[in-house]
Design a protein around this ligand. Structure first.
Ligand code: AMP
Length: 190
């Protein structure tokens, strides 16, 4: 099974490249951001709680997202592999994911980290905010807070996977197809 974490700051291109990956390799896409936005649009209790946090650009609690991931994996037991997008975002989430995988006799094979500088990220997110209707992309303060959360809480996970020899770094600036070629190469060789 090709279980992959696609990693990088908000605006690095994780969602875009995940779409290419699932098409090419028929993997199951799990995006915690998409699941949370769905809960918000359905106005569920979880969605109401999450919206307040997401609108500030902060991270939703580990217990909530870990529970969501557990459900998703259990619903897709026949999958050829999972592509985790926007998860894990803290060391606790990464450790829990490892435990969950172990219990199901699976493991994370690779973390692919998309690297994009901060100036370019802010530019991309503000453009996405004009086109996508995502409220957390419309305001520069919220964007900067999301990048701060990423640097403080999420970036340490890169080291977590590096020490397990699972990290591959990809330059996230360039054409979508050129970046995907590099990603494809990495996944093909797993
Ligand atoms: P994303 O679509 O991945 O950029 O996520 C949008 C927002 O959802 C983030 O700013 C967080 O508030 C929340 N979120 C998504 N994934 C996670 C996660 N793994 N842990 C905590 N919060 C998350």
């Amino acid at each position: 099974m090709k279980n992959i974490v696609i990693f990088g700051p908000p605006g690095a291109g994780k969602g875009t490249q995940s779409e290419n990956i699932i098409k090419e390799f028929k993997l199951t896409h799990i995006s915690t951001g998409d699941i949370l936005r769905h809960e918000v649009s359905e106005n569920t209790e979880l969605g109401k709680k999450a919206k307040k946090i997401m609108d500030k650009g902060n991270l939703v609690s580990d217990d909530i997202v870990i529970g969501m991931i557990k459900n998703k994996i259990q619903q897709s037991q026949k999958s050829k592999g999972f592509i985790f997008d926007g998860f894990p975002r803290t060391i606790k989430q990464a450790e829990n994911l490892d435990d969950l995988m172990k219990a199901l006799n699976m493991k994370i094979k690779k973390m692919i980290s998309l690297e994009v500088n901060e100036e370019e990220l802010i530019k991309r997110l503000l453009t996405r905010g004009q086109n996508s209707g995502r409220s957390d992309d419309k305001n520069q303060n919220i964007i900067e807070n999301r990048i701060k959360e990423y640097n403080q809480k999420t970036l340490p996970i890169k080291e977590y996977y590096k020490t397990q020899n699972k990290l591959d770094v990809v330059n996230g600036i360039g054409s979508i197809s050129d970046i995907f070629k590099e990603i494809k190469n990495i996944i093909q060789n797993l």
